[in-house]
Ligand binder design. Structure first.
Ligand SMILES: C[S@@+](CC[C@H](N)C(=O)[O-])C[C@H]1O[C@@H](n2cnc3c(N)ncnc32)[C@H](O)[C@@H]1O
Length: 312
C-alpha cells in the first residue's frame, strides 16, 4: 500500500477554540474516524468524495478537506455549521461545501461518495426515517460508511421493515407541543421527529447487512478512553460496500438467503465433524450437541431482554 507522507495542516487559534469547546472526548472520536478513513482509503484521501451527514461545526469535514478530499457537509442547523463555514473561508478550503438540509432529504441527486460519515446522528432519528435513509445512503455510497452511534443494550421494543424485525428502544427526542425554536435550540438533537429509536448492536449490524453492505465491523482502535468507560452503549461501526464473496469450499452457502443460512445454522449442534465419529466419542458428542441446543434456545429467549449466556 502506497503511503503519502503525513502533513499537518495548521489551523489558527480561533478555529482551534471552536473544536476545543466540544471537549477532548470529541478529539479522540475525530482521531478514530480519520484513522479509519485513511486506512481504508490506502492512506490517501486526495480526490476522494466524502459526505458528512449531520456535520455540525465540521471537524471531520475540515480534516478530510485539508487532506484533499472533496467534501459535502450537511446539517439542519446553520447555527452549528456557520463555524465550519467561517474556518473554510478563512483557510481558503475550496473543496468543502456546507449545505443546510435535512439528511432525510438526500437522494441520488446529492451525488455519489467514496465515504459517507454518519456520526452522532443515527440515534437521534426515528426507526421509519432510518429505514428510509439507509437505502439512500447505500445507493450513494461507493466504498464505505462510518457510523458512530449510541445503541440500546436492551431489546425492549421491536420495529419491522420489509418483513424483517429489529430490536431496540424508543426514546423521546422532543416534547409534543414544543416550538420549532425550542427544538432548534437543542443543538445536538434531531429536527423534525419527536421520537428516536436506538437499535441494539445486533439489530443495527443486521440492518446494515440487509441494505447490502458486504462487511460490517466494529472499530475498537484507535482508542477512545471515554467510550471504553461508558456502558458499552456507544460504538463505531464501519460498513463496506463490496461484491459478495463466493466460496469454493462451501458452495451451498453461495446462493441462499440469510434466513435460510440462519435456519441451517440452527442445526449446527447436530452436525458431527469427522473427528468426533470414533468409538466412545459418539455419546460425548451427542451430550455436547444437546447442551449446545439448550444454550442456543435459552439465548434466544434471553436476547429478547438484552442478555445472553456466555459461550466458551
Ligand atoms: C450530536 S450532533 C453530531 C455532530 C457531529 N456529526 C459529530 O459526530 O460530532 C448531531 C448533529 O446532527 C444535526 N441534525 C440533527 N437532525 C438532523 C437532520 N434531520 N438533518 C440534518 N442534520 C441533523 C444536528 O444539528 C447536529 O449538528
Amino acid at each position: 500500500m502506497k503511503k503519502t507522507s503525513k502533513k499537518l495542516f495548521l489551523l489558527n487559534k480561533s478555529a482551534l477554540e471552536v473544536f476545543k469547546l466540544k471537549g477532548d472526548q470529541n478529539a479522540v472520536k475525530v482521531r478514530r474516524v480519520l484513522q479509519i478513513a485513511e486506512d481504508l482509503s490506502g492512506g490517501n484521501m486526495a480526490g476522494k468524495k466524502v459526505l458528512d451527514l449531520g456535520c455540525a461545526e465540521g471537524a471531520y469535514s475540515i480534516e478530510l478537506a485539508l487532506r484533499g478530499a472533496k467534501v459535502l457537509g450537511i446539517d439542519a442547523r446553520e447555527e452549528r455549521m456557520k463555524f465550519g463555514r467561517k474556518i473554510a473561508q478563512e483557510k481558503k478550503i475550496a473543496n468543502l461545501e456546507f449545505v443546510q438540509k435535512d439528511v432525510r432529504e438526500i437522494s441520488k441527486k446529492t451525488g455519489s461518495f467514496d465515504l459517507v460519515l454518519f456520526l452522532g446522528l443515527l440515534y437521534h432519528l426515528d426507526a421509519k426515517d432510518i429505514f428510509d435513509l439507509l437505502p439512500k445512503i447505500f445507493q450513494i455510497c461507493r466504498h464505505f460508511l462510518i457510523i458512530d452511534t449510541h445503541i440500546s443494550l436492551v431489546a425492549k421494543e421491536f420495529v419491522s421493515n420489509k418483513g424483517k424485525k429489529y430490536a431496540g428502544i424508543r426514546l423521546r427526542e422532543h416534547g409534543d407541543n414544543e416550538s420549532q425554536d425550542k427544538i432548534l435550540s437543542r443543538l445536538g438533537a434531531s429536527v423534525g421527529n419527536l421520537y428516536s429509536f436506538r437499535f441494539t448492536k445486533n439489530s443495527l449490524v443486521k440492518l446494515l447487512n440487509d441494505q447490502g453492505f458486504t462487511t460490517v465491523f466494529e472499530c475498537h482502535s484507535p482508542l477512545e478512553p471515554t467510550k471504553e468507560k461508558m456502558l458499552g452503549d456507544r460504538i463505531t461501526l464501519v460498513a463496506i460496500k463490496g461484491d459478495k464473496t463466493k466460496l469454493s469450499t462451501y458452495p451451498w452457502l453461495n446462493d441462499i438467503s440469510e434466513k435460510e443460512i440462519e435456519r441451517k445454522m440452527g442445526k449446527i449442534g447436530q452436525w458431527q465433524p469427522y473427528w468426533e465419529s470414533g468409538a466412545g466419542k459418539k455419546e460425548k458428542f451427542k451430550l455436547r450437541a444437546i447442551s449446545y441446543r439448550l444454550k442456543n434456545a435459552l439465548n434466544g429467549l434471553l436476547s429478547k431482554f438484552g442478555y445472553e449466556l456466555r459461550r466458551k
